[in-house]
Design a protein around this ligand. Structure first.
Ligand code: B1M
Length: 212
Protein backbone atom coordinates (compact mmCIF):
# COMPACT_ATOMS: atom_id res chain seq x y z
CA UNK A 1 0.00 0.00 0.00
CA UNK A 2 1.28 3.50 -0.80
CA UNK A 3 2.02 5.45 2.35
CA UNK A 4 -1.48 6.68 3.05
CA UNK A 5 -0.29 9.00 5.84
CA UNK A 6 1.96 10.80 3.38
CA UNK A 7 -0.98 11.22 0.99
CA UNK A 8 -3.09 12.65 3.85
CA UNK A 9 -0.24 15.01 4.76
CA UNK A 10 0.01 16.21 1.16
CA UNK A 11 -3.78 16.43 0.85
CA UNK A 12 -3.88 18.94 3.71
CA UNK A 13 -0.96 20.95 2.38
CA UNK A 14 -2.77 21.15 -0.98
CA UNK A 15 -6.08 21.90 0.74
CA UNK A 16 -7.63 18.90 -1.03
CA UNK A 17 -10.60 18.11 1.19
CA UNK A 18 -12.08 15.17 -0.80
CA UNK A 19 -8.68 13.45 -1.03
CA UNK A 20 -8.03 14.01 2.69
CA UNK A 21 -11.41 12.53 3.62
CA UNK A 22 -10.97 9.57 1.30
CA UNK A 23 -7.49 8.76 2.60
CA UNK A 24 -8.35 9.23 6.28
CA UNK A 25 -11.18 6.73 5.79
CA UNK A 26 -8.83 4.41 3.92
CA UNK A 27 -6.29 4.63 6.75
CA UNK A 28 -8.97 3.86 9.35
CA UNK A 29 -10.22 0.91 7.27
CA UNK A 30 -6.64 -0.36 7.02
CA UNK A 31 -6.47 -0.41 10.83
CA UNK A 32 -3.97 2.39 11.27
CA UNK A 33 -4.14 3.84 14.79
CA UNK A 34 -6.34 6.99 14.82
CA UNK A 35 -3.70 8.71 16.97
CA UNK A 36 -1.05 8.04 14.30
CA UNK A 37 -3.31 9.34 11.53
CA UNK A 38 -3.89 12.46 13.59
CA UNK A 39 -0.27 13.08 14.50
CA UNK A 40 1.62 11.97 11.38
CA UNK A 41 -1.00 12.94 8.81
CA UNK A 42 -2.96 15.93 10.09
CA UNK A 43 -1.00 17.72 12.79
CA UNK A 44 2.39 17.65 11.04
CA UNK A 45 0.75 18.91 7.84
CA UNK A 46 -0.76 21.91 9.65
CA UNK A 47 2.64 22.70 11.14
CA UNK A 48 4.08 22.72 7.62
CA UNK A 49 1.24 24.97 6.43
CA UNK A 50 2.21 27.39 9.21
CA UNK A 51 5.83 27.31 8.09
CA UNK A 52 4.84 28.00 4.47
CA UNK A 53 2.72 30.94 5.66
CA UNK A 54 5.59 32.33 7.70
CA UNK A 55 7.89 32.12 4.69
CA UNK A 56 5.42 33.95 2.49
CA UNK A 57 4.73 30.95 0.25
CA UNK A 58 1.18 30.57 1.52
CA UNK A 59 -1.39 33.29 2.15
CA UNK A 60 -4.63 33.28 4.14
CA UNK A 61 -6.71 31.51 1.42
CA UNK A 62 -4.24 28.59 1.32
CA UNK A 63 -4.32 28.40 5.12
CA UNK A 64 -8.11 28.38 5.03
CA UNK A 65 -8.45 25.55 2.56
CA UNK A 66 -5.78 23.56 4.40
CA UNK A 67 -7.72 24.10 7.63
CA UNK A 68 -10.96 23.01 5.93
CA UNK A 69 -9.29 19.78 4.75
CA UNK A 70 -7.91 19.18 8.24
CA UNK A 71 -11.30 19.72 9.86
CA UNK A 72 -12.91 17.25 7.45
CA UNK A 73 -10.26 14.68 8.35
CA UNK A 74 -10.71 15.37 12.06
CA UNK A 75 -14.47 14.87 11.74
CA UNK A 76 -13.86 11.33 10.48
CA UNK A 77 -11.34 10.62 13.24
CA UNK A 78 -13.53 12.06 15.97
CA UNK A 79 -15.62 8.95 16.81
CA UNK A 80 -12.44 6.92 16.97
CA UNK A 81 -10.69 9.37 19.27
CA UNK A 82 -13.68 9.81 21.52
CA UNK A 83 -14.60 6.75 23.53
CA UNK A 84 -18.06 7.19 24.96
CA UNK A 85 -19.62 5.43 27.95
CA UNK A 86 -17.15 6.80 30.48
CA UNK A 87 -18.83 8.68 33.33
CA UNK A 88 -18.04 12.41 33.30
CA UNK A 89 -14.76 13.21 35.00
CA UNK A 90 -15.84 16.85 35.19
CA UNK A 91 -17.47 19.58 33.15
CA UNK A 92 -15.29 21.81 30.99
CA UNK A 93 -16.23 24.89 28.99
CA UNK A 94 -13.80 25.41 26.15
CA UNK A 95 -13.37 28.26 23.73
CA UNK A 96 -10.96 30.30 21.67
CA UNK A 97 -10.67 33.73 23.22
CA UNK A 98 -12.21 36.96 21.97
CA UNK A 99 -10.86 38.18 18.65
CA UNK A 100 -9.41 34.80 17.73
CA UNK A 101 -10.98 32.52 15.12
CA UNK A 102 -8.54 29.59 15.20
CA UNK A 103 -10.41 26.52 16.33
CA UNK A 104 -8.58 23.42 15.14
CA UNK A 105 -6.41 23.04 18.24
CA UNK A 106 -9.33 23.89 20.53
CA UNK A 107 -11.49 21.28 18.78
CA UNK A 108 -8.75 18.71 19.19
CA UNK A 109 -8.46 19.50 22.89
CA UNK A 110 -12.26 19.16 23.21
CA UNK A 111 -12.22 15.78 21.46
CA UNK A 112 -9.43 14.44 23.63
CA UNK A 113 -11.09 15.71 26.82
CA UNK A 114 -14.37 14.16 25.73
CA UNK A 115 -12.53 10.92 25.02
CA UNK A 116 -11.13 11.06 28.55
CA UNK A 117 -14.64 11.30 29.98
CA UNK A 118 -15.16 15.03 30.45
CA UNK A 119 -18.46 16.68 29.62
CA UNK A 120 -17.70 19.52 27.21
CA UNK A 121 -19.47 22.83 26.77
CA UNK A 122 -17.95 24.05 23.52
CA UNK A 123 -18.28 27.83 23.41
CA UNK A 124 -16.70 28.06 19.96
CA UNK A 125 -14.43 30.88 18.81
CA UNK A 126 -14.25 34.62 19.57
CA UNK A 127 -15.50 33.91 23.09
CA UNK A 128 -15.85 36.95 25.33
CA UNK A 129 -14.90 36.98 29.02
CA UNK A 130 -18.63 37.35 29.79
CA UNK A 131 -19.44 34.15 27.89
CA UNK A 132 -16.80 32.24 29.85
CA UNK A 133 -18.20 33.74 33.06
CA UNK A 134 -21.74 32.65 32.13
CA UNK A 135 -20.53 29.06 31.68
CA UNK A 136 -19.53 29.14 35.36
CA UNK A 137 -22.59 30.91 36.75
CA UNK A 138 -25.20 29.25 34.54
CA UNK A 139 -23.72 25.88 33.64
CA UNK A 140 -21.58 25.17 36.67
CA UNK A 141 -18.48 24.08 34.81
CA UNK A 142 -15.53 22.82 36.85
CA UNK A 143 -12.88 23.99 34.39
CA UNK A 144 -12.56 26.77 31.82
CA UNK A 145 -10.24 25.85 28.93
CA UNK A 146 -9.07 28.83 26.89
CA UNK A 147 -7.19 28.62 23.63
CA UNK A 148 -5.37 31.46 21.82
CA UNK A 149 -3.30 31.29 18.64
CA UNK A 150 -2.46 34.95 18.25
CA UNK A 151 -0.12 37.00 20.39
CA UNK A 152 -2.64 39.82 20.01
CA UNK A 153 -5.48 37.78 21.54
CA UNK A 154 -3.53 36.19 24.41
CA UNK A 155 -4.27 39.19 26.68
CA UNK A 156 -7.95 38.22 26.53
CA UNK A 157 -7.04 35.22 28.67
CA UNK A 158 -5.95 37.62 31.39
CA UNK A 159 -9.10 39.72 30.92
CA UNK A 160 -11.24 36.62 31.29
CA UNK A 161 -9.55 35.70 34.56
CA UNK A 162 -9.99 39.26 35.81
CA UNK A 163 -13.68 39.04 34.89
CA UNK A 164 -14.01 35.85 36.95
CA UNK A 165 -12.30 37.56 39.89
CA UNK A 166 -14.52 40.64 39.65
CA UNK A 167 -17.63 38.44 39.56
CA UNK A 168 -16.43 36.65 42.70
CA UNK A 169 -16.33 33.19 41.10
CA UNK A 170 -12.60 32.70 40.52
CA UNK A 171 -12.39 30.18 43.38
CA UNK A 172 -15.29 28.14 41.98
CA UNK A 173 -13.55 27.17 38.75
CA UNK A 174 -10.15 26.05 37.51
CA UNK A 175 -8.67 27.80 34.50
CA UNK A 176 -6.38 26.13 31.98
CA UNK A 177 -4.86 27.72 28.91
CA UNK A 178 -3.06 26.66 25.74
CA UNK A 179 -2.31 27.46 22.13
CA UNK A 180 0.86 27.95 20.12
CA UNK A 181 2.06 31.29 21.59
CA UNK A 182 1.05 30.45 25.18
CA UNK A 183 3.59 29.32 27.77
CA UNK A 184 3.78 28.03 31.30
CA UNK A 185 5.28 31.34 32.38
CA UNK A 186 2.34 33.22 30.86
CA UNK A 187 -0.11 30.98 32.72
CA UNK A 188 1.65 31.79 35.99
CA UNK A 189 1.77 35.51 35.13
CA UNK A 190 -1.98 35.82 34.54
CA UNK A 191 -3.01 33.55 37.41
CA UNK A 192 -4.27 30.56 35.40
CA UNK A 193 -4.20 27.18 37.13
CA UNK A 194 -2.24 25.50 34.37
CA UNK A 195 -0.96 25.39 30.81
CA UNK A 196 -0.71 22.44 28.43
CA UNK A 197 1.34 22.45 25.24
CA UNK A 198 -0.79 19.89 23.40
CA UNK A 199 -4.09 18.07 23.50
CA UNK A 200 -2.91 14.95 25.30
CA UNK A 201 -1.21 16.96 28.01
CA UNK A 202 -4.38 19.06 28.24
CA UNK A 203 -6.17 15.88 29.30
CA UNK A 204 -3.59 15.12 32.00
CA UNK A 205 -3.82 18.72 33.22
CA UNK A 206 -7.63 18.76 33.30
CA UNK A 207 -7.62 15.50 35.26
CA UNK A 208 -5.17 16.88 37.79
CA UNK A 209 -7.20 20.09 38.15
CA UNK A 210 -10.40 18.20 39.01
CA UNK A 211 -8.55 15.58 41.05
CA UNK A 212 -9.63 12.74 38.73
CO1 B1M B 1 -3.70 31.81 11.42
N1 B1M B 1 -2.05 32.37 12.30
N2 B1M B 1 -4.20 33.69 11.17
N3 B1M B 1 -5.19 31.12 10.43
N4 B1M B 1 -2.83 30.15 11.48
C1 B1M B 1 -1.21 31.32 12.89
C2 B1M B 1 -1.61 31.05 14.33
C3 B1M B 1 0.24 31.94 12.75
C4 B1M B 1 1.25 31.43 13.81
C5 B1M B 1 0.77 31.72 11.31
C6 B1M B 1 2.18 32.21 11.14
O1 B1M B 1 2.39 33.40 11.05
N5 B1M B 1 3.12 31.30 11.11
C7 B1M B 1 -0.06 33.48 12.88
C8 B1M B 1 -0.05 34.04 14.31
C9 B1M B 1 1.16 34.92 14.56
C10 B1M B 1 1.15 35.41 15.96
O2 B1M B 1 0.22 35.91 16.49
N6 B1M B 1 2.30 35.25 16.58
C11 B1M B 1 -1.45 33.55 12.26
C12 B1M B 1 -2.03 34.73 11.75
C13 B1M B 1 -1.13 35.94 11.70
C14 B1M B 1 -3.37 34.78 11.29
C15 B1M B 1 -4.13 36.01 10.76
C16 B1M B 1 -3.92 37.32 11.54
C17 B1M B 1 -3.75 36.13 9.27
C18 B1M B 1 -4.32 37.33 8.56
O3 B1M B 1 -5.50 37.47 8.44
N7 B1M B 1 -3.41 38.17 8.14
C19 B1M B 1 -5.61 35.54 10.85
C20 B1M B 1 -6.27 35.86 12.21
C21 B1M B 1 -7.74 35.56 12.21
C22 B1M B 1 -8.30 35.62 13.62
O4 B1M B 1 -8.23 34.67 14.36
N8 B1M B 1 -8.87 36.76 14.00
C23 B1M B 1 -5.42 34.06 10.71
C24 B1M B 1 -6.37 33.24 10.12
C25 B1M B 1 -6.22 31.88 9.97
C26 B1M B 1 -7.22 31.01 9.19
C27 B1M B 1 -8.68 31.42 9.41
C28 B1M B 1 -6.87 31.13 7.73
C29 B1M B 1 -6.84 29.58 9.69
C30 B1M B 1 -7.67 29.11 10.92
C31 B1M B 1 -8.79 28.19 10.54
C32 B1M B 1 -9.39 27.53 11.77
O5 B1M B 1 -8.81 27.37 12.82
N9 B1M B 1 -10.63 27.16 11.60
C33 B1M B 1 -5.41 29.79 10.18
C34 B1M B 1 -4.49 28.74 10.39
C35 B1M B 1 -4.91 27.37 9.91
C36 B1M B 1 -3.22 28.95 11.01
C37 B1M B 1 -2.07 27.93 11.23
C38 B1M B 1 -1.42 27.70 9.85
C39 B1M B 1 -2.42 26.59 11.82
C40 B1M B 1 -3.14 26.65 13.17
C41 B1M B 1 -3.60 25.26 13.49
O6 B1M B 1 -4.75 24.92 13.29
N10 B1M B 1 -2.66 24.39 13.93
C42 B1M B 1 -1.15 28.73 12.24
C43 B1M B 1 0.33 28.41 12.10
C44 B1M B 1 0.80 27.41 13.14
O7 B1M B 1 0.20 27.21 14.18
N11 B1M B 1 1.92 26.79 12.87
C45 B1M B 1 -1.63 30.11 12.11
C46 B1M B 1 -2.93 22.98 14.19
C47 B1M B 1 -3.47 22.82 15.62
C48 B1M B 1 -3.68 21.33 15.89
O8 B1M B 1 -2.48 23.32 16.51
O9 B1M B 1 -3.92 25.26 17.28
O10 B1M B 1 -1.48 25.07 18.02
P1 B1M B 1 -2.75 24.42 17.65
O11 B1M B 1 -3.24 23.55 18.88
C49 B1M B 1 -2.42 22.64 19.55
C50 B1M B 1 -1.68 23.25 20.75
O12 B1M B 1 -1.40 24.62 20.61
C51 B1M B 1 -2.54 22.90 21.90
O13 B1M B 1 -3.11 21.66 21.55
C52 B1M B 1 -3.35 21.63 20.16
C53 B1M B 1 -3.15 20.22 19.69
O14 B1M B 1 -1.92 19.69 20.08
N12 B1M B 1 -3.63 23.76 22.32
C54 B1M B 1 -4.07 23.71 23.59
C55 B1M B 1 -4.41 24.61 21.63
N13 B1M B 1 -5.34 25.13 22.42
C56 B1M B 1 -5.17 24.60 23.64
C57 B1M B 1 -5.85 24.79 24.83
C58 B1M B 1 -5.41 24.08 25.96
C59 B1M B 1 -4.34 23.22 25.90
C60 B1M B 1 -3.66 23.02 24.72
O15 B1M B 1 -5.98 24.19 27.16
C61 B1M B 1 -7.09 25.01 27.31
Amino acid sequence: MENVLEVIYQGIIDGDMPLTQEKVQEALDAGIEPGDILQEGLVTAMAEVGRLFEEGEYFVPEMLIAARAMKAGLALLRPHLVEADVKPAGKVSAGTVKGDLHDIGKNLVCMMLEGAGFEIVDLGVDVSPEQFLKSVTEQGVDVIAMSALLTTTMPNMRTTIETLVEAGVRDKVKVMIGGAPVTDAYAAEIGADGYAPDASRAVALAKSLVGA
